[in-house]
Structure formats: C-alpha cells, structure tokens
Design a protein around this ligand. Structure first.
Ligand code: ADP
Ligand code: MG
Length: 692
C-alpha cells in the first residue's frame, strides 16, 4: 500500500492533473470547455484525448476499456473490449479511437426501457459524458457515459440528472442576477452517507433468502438486539477495521473522498460518509462506492448487505442525501451566515426549497419508493412516509418574523457550557439534530433521509434539482417584474409554510396533524408510484426539459414492475425455504422426539414422556400451519395473472401476497424458537448479526 495518501488519491483517475500532463494545451482547453459549459467536442480533439487516455491506462496496467453507464436497473453496466487491434503478421497493437471514446452501442434490449424501445429497434447508444472523469477499475479503462435509445430517449439515470442540473443552473442564475449576485453558473452538491451491514460469507451462503433477495425472509429475534445501544460509534472490530481500511484505499485511488467510517445503531451495521461533490460526480462515486463495498467485503470473507431492511426488528439501512446549492465562485447558497435574517440570497433560496418540497411532496416520496424501502419508511427508525421539512428553531424564528413583517431579534445564541474548564467553548449549532424529519436543514445543507441504502441517488436528486428549479423559476418571474425579495419570501411562507414541522415525526399525533395541514401520506410504495406520471409532474418535467412524457411513463412502469418482481421473488424464495428447509427441520426434530419417547416407553412405562409428547404436538401443529400457509402463498401468486394493469398488480402484491408472506413467516419464526439448534437448516439472527 502506498503510505502516501495524497499520491495514491485519484491515481486511477484520468483527472485534471493527468489531462494537463498528457494533453496538448489546446486540446486540454477544449475538454475543459466541454466539462464546464457543455460545448460539444469535435472528432479530431476526441481522437487525441482517446489516444492519451489509452497510453495512460496501459501504463497503469489496463488491457480493456468499457463504456460505463447507469441503466434503469439502478446499478452500473459495462461491456469490456480489449485495446488490441490486428497489426499483420499475427501481431497486435493497442488502439483506442476517438470514435470508440465518444460512442458505444450496447444491446439495449437487455436493459429495462419501460416500453420505450420496442424490440425491433433494440438499438441503444452510450455517449461519452466528459463531465465525469474516466478511471481504471480492474484493469479496465472505464469511460463514464450516458445511455439513450435509437430515437434519443434517455434509458439511464445520468442523462436526466445532468438535465436537472442544467435546469436549476438556469433558474438559479436568473434569481441571483435579480439579487445583484454575479455568477456564471450554479451547481448542486451532494454528500451521500451510506449505511450497510456486514455478515460472514460462510453464513450468507447458507441462506437462500440473502442470496436471492438480499434480506432475511425468516428469522426470529436474537436474544440481544440493539437495545443496549452499544454498537453505535462503538469500537470497530479488527476484521471490520481491515475491511474499512482497504475500502478507503480502493475508493481513494478512484478519487472518491471517503471520509468517515463508523459503526451504526444496529449490530453488524456500519456507515461510510464521503466529502460532498457536484451532484453528478457524487452519483457516479456513490455507485462505485456500493460496488466496491461488495467486492472488498468478499476479499475479507464477508458479504456487504445493502438492502433497506436485511433483518426484521433491527434498524434498516438508509442513505442520507445531503444536498446544497453552490455558485461557481464557491459560495454555498444555503449557508445562513452569522445573520441569516439579513442574508437575502439565503432566504430566497430557502423559500424556493420550502415551496418546492411543499408542492412536490409526491415526487420526493416517490423518489424514495421501492419494495425494500416499504419496510423502513414510517417504521419508527427511518423518517415517516409523510414529507415535511425541519428548519430548526433559529431559522424558524427568522421566517416567523418575515411572515409577520417584523424585525428579527435574535435569541442570545448559547454557548454550550460543558462545565469543564479545559474543554473549548462549543458554539451551539443553529439547528439541533432532528432524526425524525425526512428533510432536515442541517446548518448549511438539507439532508433528505428517506432514501434506501441500495438505490442510485440519481432519482432523488433529479427530483430535488427539478422542483427547486421550478420554484426558482416562479421567484425569478416575480423578481424580474420588480417585486421585493422579502415580499416574495413572505408570500411563499403564507402559501407553503405548512410543510415546515420541527416536532417529532414519529409521533402518532403528527399523522393527524399532517392530515389537518393537507399533507400527503402515501403509506406504501404501491400507492405512491403511479403518481410519478400525474399530469402535474409531466408538465413540470417537460417544462424544465428533464423528462419527456414518454420517458416519465417508461420510468413509472419500470419502477412499478420492479416492485412486483421483487415481491414475487421473495414469495417464491419463502415457499422454497419453507418446503425444503424449514419443514424438514421440524420433521427431523419430531423424528428424534418420537424415537426418544418410544425408546423410553420400551424401557419402562413409568418414565414420563410428557415433554416429548407436548413438543411433538406443538411442532406438528406449527408444521401443518407452515405447510398450509405456504400453499396459500403459492395460490396467491397464481392469481397475479388476473391483473392486467401494472399498478393493480402492485396493489395486489402489497395487499394479498405480502400479507400471506408475513403470515407464513410468523409461524415459521415461532417454529425456530422451539426446534433444537442443530436441526435448524440455516444460520439464525444471532449468528448472522454477531458472527463477524
Ligand atoms: P453529520 O453531522 O450529518 O455527520 P457532516 O457535516 O459530517 O454531518 O456531513 C454529512 C455529509 O454532508 C457529508 O457527506 C458531507 O460531505 C455532506 N455535506 C457537507 N456540506 C455539504 C454541502 N454543502 N453540500 C452537500 N453535502 C454536504
Ligand atoms: Mg447525517
């Protein structure tokens, strides 16, 4: 390992430094213009860049290249080609042309398109995305690309994300111009905190549910869970420490700013937080982070679980999407400064976000929807499914005074008194932590906490960027017509202030209060997802050129289909495990019990067989119930074909199939608590959670 971290950092990335060293000046400048302003690159320039990239990559040991893209599966895709090219006399040379850099043609028919791409036009293209650096992963030069269909519709998560960044840039610059702030462009920034679980590979391999679905479908509670709260920030075990160290190094080589690693609330749960970057780069890097988390784990005999809820009754894994808006001059527009009440750009951008979140609660909720996340949202461990916004007491007081047209008188902002002379005075943050809010202002950024651990952050940030762009559009119109900024802010607080909630989002009273305020409450993903292509959303996304109607419809379909498929696979896995593993475990134990009882009786009628007899009848009844419920689940799956509409299917999966799954699980988990350990077919929660 290189002991010199600055030297190691980004060593596998064709970054600024590599480009400056290896590209002729005019070519380098042309690439920079493309990166910054989206100017197109001409073929001769691309050829020079391709050649320099190839030489650099070969020096680093690369033999292949790939267009690296982010189809709607939510993970990344690559198809490797080697650099070799025949050079006559049975020899080869290493080649990589400008054309190969700029455009690729993977077979699009094997990726989800939601009906966008009829099979007769299966063609899809990948196009170089020069806004993100090329890098080397496992001896392959990876070219970040966008993926689109023959007719030009986006088939990936990156294209709309870039479009949404362009949209917010346009509107933010308009607003800033009215406020007299001079900027060339504005970007959004994201730091996604990533939670995950680690289990041993040995135990993982023994659980079909983990293998097929990423979560445990059966399992009774271990005697110890997270109640002692001794895992959060606890000391990290040596094996996990070694894993984290290697993961950090791998990420650093790829230019990912992995910064903080710590234990999370649940046993076996951990978190990695990177330093924030431009949203599109943060998205690429989060995909790489998830991929490497899994790969590096295997090298340590571990498996990294990214599922939203791998274990029932134990905290699930989310991804906190810390999001802000910054100018090209490096100013964070969500930094309130010492006197937030006098910071007009801050107040205007804050108001834009208040309006955006209030008017598009549906989109934020949908951006966190999925079969896996239904186990988390609203589960008293993750944010509620109701969208609201936390701003903290100081900002709330500032907004209050604006709403009432009064001057703001700051509270004496307290110095935290630790009563220990030696400790420095810590100034209290203007926002306390509120872990129950889905969308919380945390000092100089918003933290959107609803996302599940495994998803691409693209979806949520497309929504955040676009809805904020739309609110800024509204504000820019007013400012350009000469309205005063604070009047605009006041109007927004009057119309959209209901979205602000600083209380306990887990409390039952909040559900009632939210309903009174008219806030949306989509309890399940099946209920939420079809609203993605509501007319309001089609016009929003079309207005800002983020999605066409057809693209939005296709994405809705893919999302709902995925929901159905996930539950279907889970149900099939449960039936399989129940019949082939759980029932045979029960039978094996019953056999021993019966034989023991028979042997006892053979020796003497006086020895009591009460335990064996009671146990036998209990286990026998449980097994009968398991068998029956597995059959009920099986029958429920056969009925799915009666629903033609994909959204009806999703509702059926939630209302019928999922309910039958829970019923099957309940009896199987009860059986687990009485059957002898050596009879049980797969590792228990205790072994999984405390086995590393
Ligand atoms: P926490 O108290 O939640 O741990 P941190 O300050 O450590 O907060 O930041 C958490 C995450 O937020 C990190 O990934 C960090 O890089 C990110 N973050 C900080 N500032 C910004 C910003 N301006 N824009 C986006 N993300 C940010
Ligand atoms: Mg956080």
């Amino acid at each position: 390992m290189a002991s010199n971290i600055p030297e190691m950092f980004g060593s596998m990335v064709f970054n600024e430094q590599a480009m400056r060293e290896r590209l002729p000046k005019d070519v380098y400048r042309a690439v920079r213009r493309t990166m910054e302003n989206g100017e197109s690159l001409d073929d001769s320039v691309a050829a020079v860049v391709a050649n320099a990239m190839k030489d650099w990559a070969i020096e680093k040991g690369a033999t292949h290249f790939t267009h690296w893209f982010q189809p709607m599966t939510g993970i990344t895709a690559e198809k490797h080609d080697s650099f070799i090219s025949p050079a006559g006399e049975g020899k080869v040379i290493m080649e990589f042309s400008g054309k190969e850099l700029i455009k690729g043609e993977p077979d699009a028919s094997s990726f989800p398109s939601g009906g966008l791409r009829a099979t007769f036009e299966a063609r899809g293209y990948t196009g170089w995305d020069p806004t993100s650096y090329a890098f080397i992963k496992e001896n392959t030069l990876c070219i970040p690309t966008a993926f689109y269909s023959y007719s030009g519709e986006a088939l990936d998560k990156k294209t709309p994300l870039l479009r949404s960044m362009a949209a917010i840039n346009t509107q933010a610059v308009r607003v800033l111009k009215c406020l007299g702030v001079d900027v060339d462009h504005v970007v959004t920034t994201v730091g996604p905190e990533q939670e995950y679980f680690l289990v041993t590979k040995e135990m993982f391999d023994k659980r079909k549910d983990l293998i097929f679905t990423g979560r445990t479908l059966f399992g009774s509670k271990a005697p110890k869970g997270q109640e002692l709260e001794d895992h959060f920030f606890g000391s990290i075990k040596p094996r996990v420490q070694a894993y984290m160290k290697e993961l950090d190094e791998e990420l650093w080589k790829l230019g990912v700013y992995a910064k903080t690693e710590h234990n999370e609330v649940a046993p076996a749960q951990h978190e990695l937080a990177p330093i924030y970057e431009r949203t599109n780069i943060a998205c690429d890097h989060n995909q790489l982070t998830m991929e490497l988390m899994k790969k590096v784990a295997l090298r340590h005999g571990l498996v990294c679980l990214l599922h939203e809820k791998p274990f029932a009754g134990v905290n699930g894994s989310g991804k906190h999407n810390n999001w802000s808006i910054a100018t090209d001059k490096g100013t964070n527009l969500l930094e309130p400064g010492k006197k937030p009440s006098e910071n007009i750009p801050f107040l205007v951008f804050l108001a834009a976000i208040i309006k955006a979140v209030d008017e598009h609660q549906d989109l934020l909720r949908i951006s966190a929807a999925g079969a896996g996340n239904d186990h988390r949202l609203g589960g008293n461990e993750a944010p509620p499914a109701i969208m609201s916004m936390f701003v903290g007491t100081e900002i709330e007081a500032v907004l209050e005074s604006i709403a009432q047209g009064k001057d703001y008188k700051p509270d004496s902002v307290g110095v935290l008194d630790t009563s220990v002379e030696a400790l420095p005075n810590l100034y209290r943050d203007t926002t306390d932590r509120n872990r129950t809010s889905p969308f919380a202002f945390t000092g100089n950024k918003f933290e959107f906490r609803s996302l599940g651990a495994p998803v691409s952050i693209a979806g949520a940030n497309i929504v955040l960027n676009t809805i904020t762009a739309d609110a800024l559009f509204f504000i820019a119109d007013k400012l350009e017509r000469g309205e005063k900024p604070l009047d605009v802010v006041r109007g927004i607080l009057r119309d959209n202030g209901r979205i602000i909630f600083n209380g306990d989002g887990y409390a039952a009273e909040w559900v009632a209060e939210a309903e009174k305020r008219g806030l949306l409450n989509f309890r399940s993903s099946a209920e939420a997802m079809p609203h993605y292509c509501d007319e309001k959303n089609v016009s929003l996304f079309e207005k800002h050129r983020v999605f066409t109607r057809a693209e939005l419809a296709s994405r809705t379909e893919i999302m709902i289909e995925n929901y159905c498929k996930v539950i279907n696979i889970e149900a099939l896995t449960m039936i399989d495990m129940a019949n082939k593993e759980i029932l045979p475990s029960g039978l094996a134990y019953m056999k021993d019990l019966a034989e023991t009882a028979a042997n006892k009786r053979a020796i003497s009628g006086d020895i009591s067989c009460e335990f064996e007899t009671n146990m036998l009848s209990k286990i026998s009844a449980l097994c009968a119930s398991i068998s029956k419920r597995a059959e009920t689940l099986d029958k429920a799956l056969l009925e799915v074909k009666n629903y033609a509409e994909v959204s009806d299917c999703a509702n059926y999966y939630r209302d019928v199939v999922f309910v039958a799954m829970q019923e099957l699980r309940a009896v199987a988990d009860e059986l687990e608590t009485v059957v002898g350990e050596k009879y049980w077919a797969f590792p228990t929660y205790g072994e999984l959670l405390f086995g590393v």
